[in-house]
Design a protein around this ligand. Structure first.
Ligand SMILES: *Cc1c(COP(=O)(O)O)cnc(C)c1O
Length: 211
């Protein structure tokens, strides 16, 4: 369709600067990223992108609407898989696109009206009900994640963890600046080879303790 894309290391502001020297219509970023929880400096990238005449779209799934508000950091469009935190109970698939009324009405509405990518009324209602408990659920999960991250960080069989709320995260200061909480997701690396990682999966699936 004549759309050209350029993939860059989102953690590297110099790479953003270099990429935004050529004309760009849209910047698409995810922070924290799935699955390794890398962050992008949203406010800094919004400034660079807007100077280059581009819109900024942020995939805010991993932060959740509870802990990061990209529109307030300068983003133009925010997207969610509402299948994740918002439903949170394994019942529905869905998504949400947020932006200025002019974007939603002039750009997005004609697209979803013509293509059928609209959620059913029942699924939308269940998602709306889920919003009532979102802060309670995600705050409890985030508190659990904080404990799990600390436990894994100190575990001899774990090589490294990646959790924006842990001081070992290389972008912990940025996390504190742009997030009001650190979220319920974390990643970690087993101290060992592929066989060791697969052994861990088997233990986890069988609900046995990590030996
Ligand atoms: C899961 C996920 C998506 C896609 O969600 P679907 O509900 O599978 O479409 C997009 N972005 C991030 C960051 C995700 O974690």
């Amino acid at each position: 369709m004549g759309v050209e894309t350029e993939l860059i290391d989102g953690t590297d502001l110099a790479a953003w600067k270099a990429a935004l020297k050529t004309p760009v219509k849209l910047v698409f970023l995810e922070s924290p990223s799935n699955p390794v929880l890398e962050l992008v400096d949203i406010a800094a990238v919004c400034d660079l992108a807007h100077d280059a005449g581009a819109l900024v779209l942020v995939d805010n799934v991993f932060a959740s609407p509870l802990y990061q508000r990209p529109l307030e950091l300068g983003a133009d469009i925010v997207i969610y898989s509402t299948t994740k935190h918002i439903d949170g109970q394994g019942r529905l698939l869905g998504g949400a696109v947020l932006g200025k009324a002019s974007f939603v009405e002039d750009v997005f509405l004609p697209f979803y009206r013509q293509t059928g990518a609209a959620i059913s009324a029942f699924n939308a209602w269940v998602m709306m009900k889920s919003l009532e408990t979102l802060p309670l659920r995600v705050a409890a999960q985030t508190e659990n994640a904080r404990h799990v991250a600390a436990f894994l960080h100190d575990h001899p069989k774990v090589k490294s963890i990646s959790y924006p709320g842990h001081e070992s995260h290389p972008q912990h200061d940025l996390a504190k600046r742009q997030m009001s909480g650190f979220g319920n997701m974390l990643a970690f690396e087993i101290n060992g080879d592929q066989a060791a990682a697969f052994r861990f999966f088997e233990c986890a699936c069988a609900d046995r303790h990590l030996e």
